[in-house]
Design a protein around this ligand. Structure first.
Ligand SMILES: Nc1ccn([C@H]2C[C@H](O)[C@@H](COP(=O)(O)O)O2)c(=O)n1
Ligand SMILES: [Zn+2]
Length: 179
């Protein structure tokens, strides 16, 4: 085609093969998905989100801490009092929900991005499910036996866990206003 008389279109890439400035890094995106997912939690004290990513860097699942089906409006989010009346015996952790929600056959070889270090029960699911890496944001219960035993099991299973640090800006603003 003769291009001599064609109008020059502005080229935003400027011929550059470099990433667009401000382009979201993959791991920042995955942790941001986990954080966004945590916003779905009804727990008034701690909202947890998880995002499971496969070896092709595709999100296969997300989950947040929520009461099991049927108990959503009936079970309490209390932290203290008679143990049977607190949330702890009932709440389904974000990691459990993410593993159960997967849109793939399994989670073998996947990485889980989670906003809080997995507890011992979630560590069991992570290990037995074949997840190969844990990336976490907060370790606020690091001195709790649940976290210590979780790390012990992950170490025995040789599953690395690393704290997340953003590669780009630590704050991502999402505007869902249509105007
Ligand atoms: N890795 C984790 C750890 C905890 N959760 C959930 C369970 C509760 O809803 C909440 C913790 O409550 P808190 O004792 O901080 O009032 O977080 C989870 O989903 N995943
Ligand atoms: Zn857990």
């Amino acid at each position: 085609m003769d291009k001599r008389n064609q109008k020059q279109q502005p080229d935003p890439s400027n011929g550059s093969k470099r990433k667009r400035e401000g382009c979201l890094d993959c791991s920042d995106y995955f942790m941001a998905v986990a954080v966004l997912t945590s916003k779905m939690s009804e727990d008034p004290n701690t909202q947890v989100g998880a995002c499971i990513v496969n070896q092709d860097n595709k999100v296969v699942s997300t989950g947040h801490n929520q009461m099991p089906k049927g108990g959503e409006d009936k079970l309490s989010w209390a932290r203290t009092g008679d143990k049977l009346d607190t949330k702890y015996l009932y709440v389904c952790h974000a990691e459990l929900n993410a593993i159960m929600n997967k849109n793939s056959a399994d989670v073998k070889g996947c990485t889980i991005y989670v906003t809080l270090f997995p507890c011992n029960e979630c560590a069991k699911l992570i290990i037995q499910g074949g997840i190969k890496k844990v990336v976490y944001l907060s370790d606020k219960y690091k001195d709790d036996v649940l976290t210590i035993s979780s790390k012990k099991m992950l170490d025995l299973a040789e599953i690395p866990y690393e704290q997340f640090y953003p590669k780009g800006a630590p704050e991502i603003v999402i505007n869902i206003n249509p105007n």
